[in-house]
Design a protein around this ligand. Structure first.
Ligand code: NAD
Length: 439
């Protein structure tokens, strides 16, 4: 049982803190956001992640998980300190490391005795080592610590399962003393034979960026293939299935649509390009991946324009789904919001519905009109854009939807409906990389 401090209680920090407590560790979660910490102490999780609230309450009640805003006490009480604060994109595309370095300074101010500092935020290669330099500088070289880079690969929406049963865990070490500590922190994963990669700090940091950029590249690749499929009469879903049967390629991340969004792929791909720039390495493939992705939301709006047969100005358009993917309320870089902005720019009126992400979307776009449900969203609309593939949208009665819409036109950004079915129902329909259906 290790004594752990988790700094940052966002999607990654809170899931990691709760899961590490589930592993049997004693965890204190710290955040500068006092309101968040007060809510968490009462068992209130500030975002939507299936299963997380139950896990937080269970571990809190068992005495393994607590929440605090008292930095000095938390540092003193812990031997392992995780950093899981945000590293958002700056205007120039590089990662904003101000929170990471602020936290490193905070730790240095209160350090006594040996500590293992585990960097979990996604940071450019070299950052974890710089954290060490900063702590040494601030403490006049007196601090006794080792550094670990432990990039996180969880996916919002299935974060708990991903953390408890990961495909692999990656650790970069600055020295030998942290290895036993890390093994104790993650003992259930070592016990059940989860693949573990132990390496140096730089390689561990790079694994995270390279993995995200590779997955993003798969998405952009299939989106380019989808565009060509539309021209030549091929069906991208069949093509992707055929490709995925080759185990060298794999079937995952070959879903054509409006591309990748969220808090990771967009910022991590651009940060990797910037990292390349700073070392004189042209990350041309990653640049193309970003470029192809940026075209996808305009492709969705263009498809609607074609179905309408003219201008979108003055039309009422229903948008189903606002989160960047199902099972999360995260709307960061969601293609739905880009689509809505373009619809507004073209003079359309938008009404949107999402099972959980409405409030976050409205914070990002205060003028957004939200509907309380699917019926209210689609009734009387001149067209429908399906932006996020929530399960409840897969199960919709499309016959009813067709009768509720003023004009039965659907752009399916996630390829969840079948063109044949839409044809039978008399719905003008388009998706990505498959044949369109005229009214
Ligand atoms: P987030 O924005 O949800 O949470 C960040 C938290 O850090 C917030 O609660 C904020 O209040 C807190 N914070 C900021 N500055 C602080 C400070 N000085 N001291 C204490 N707390 C502070 O971010 P997130 O989505 O959890 O991402 C965190 C990191 O993990 C990022 O680097 C991200 O790239 C990476 N990551 C995210 C995901 C994901 O799916 N969200 C997956 C893997 C890796």
């Amino acid at each position: 049982m290790s004594r752990i401090m988790m700094i940052g209680t966002g999607y990654v920090g809170l899931v990691s803190g709760a899961c590490l407590a589930e592993f049997g560790n004693k965890v204190v979660c710290y955040d500068i956001d006092r309101e968040k910490i007060e809510g968490l102490a009462k068992g209130k999780v500030p975002f939507y992640e299936p299963g997380l609230e139950d896990m937080v309450i269970h571990n809190r009640d068992e005495g393994r998980l607590r929440f605090s805003t008292d930095l000095a006490e938390c540092v003193a009480d812990s031997t392992v300190i995780f950093i899981a604060v945000g590293t958002p994109e700056q205007d120039d595309g590089t990662a904003d490391l101000s929170a990471v370095f602020a936290v490193a300074g905070d730790i240095a101010d209160h350090m006594e005795g040996f500590k293992v500092i585990v960097q979990k935020s996604t940071v450019p290669v070299g950052t974890t080592r710089k954290i060490g330099d900063l702590i040494r500088e601030k403490t006049g070289g007196k601090a006794d610590f080792e550094l670990v880079s432990n990039p996180e690969f969880l996916r919002e929406g299935s974060a708990i399962e991903d953390f408890l049963r990961p495909n692999r865990v990656v650790f970069g070490f600055s020295g030998p003393r942290a290895t036993d500590v890390v093994e104790e922190v993650y003992h259930p994963l070592y016990a059940d034979g989860t693949p573990v990669l132990s390496t140096n700090l730089e390689s561990a940091e790079m694994v995270k960026y390279a993995s995200n950029a590779f997955l993003a590249t798969k998405v952009s690749f299939i989106n380019e293939v989808a565009e060509l499929c539309e021209m030549v009469g091929a069906d991208v879903q069949v093509v992707a299935r055929g490709m995925g049967m080759d185990t060298r390629i794999g079937a995952k991340f070959l879903h054509a649509g409006t591309g990748f969004g969220g808090s990771c792929f967009p910022k991590d791909t651009i940060a990797l390009v910037k990292m390349g720039d700073s070392y004189g390495v042209d990350m041309s493939l990653v640049k193309s991946t970003i470029g192809a992705n940026e075209r996808q939301s305009s492709r969705a709006v263009g498809k609607l324009r074609t179905l309408v047969g003219g201008e979108l100005a003055g039309l009422r358009i229903a948008v189903l789904g606002l989160s960047f993917k199902p099972n999360t309320d995260d709307v960061r870089e969601a293609s739905s919001l880009k689509i809505i902005q373009q619809l507004w720019d073209e003079g359309a009126k938008v009404v949107a519905y999402d099972p959980v992400a409405g409030a976050n979307a409205q914070r990002a776009m205060p003028d957004l009109e939200l509907a309380p449900g699917v019926d209210e969203c689609v009734t009387g609309a001149d067209g429908l854009i399906l932006a996020t593939e929530w399960s409840e949208f897969r199960l919709l009665d499309m016959k009813k939807i067709a009768s509720q819409l003023a004009h039965a036109r659907v752009v399916d950004c996630r390829n969840i409906y079948r063109p044949e079915q839409m044809e039978e129902l008399g719905i003008a329909y388009d998706s990505f990389g498959r044949r369109a259906v005229d009214a």
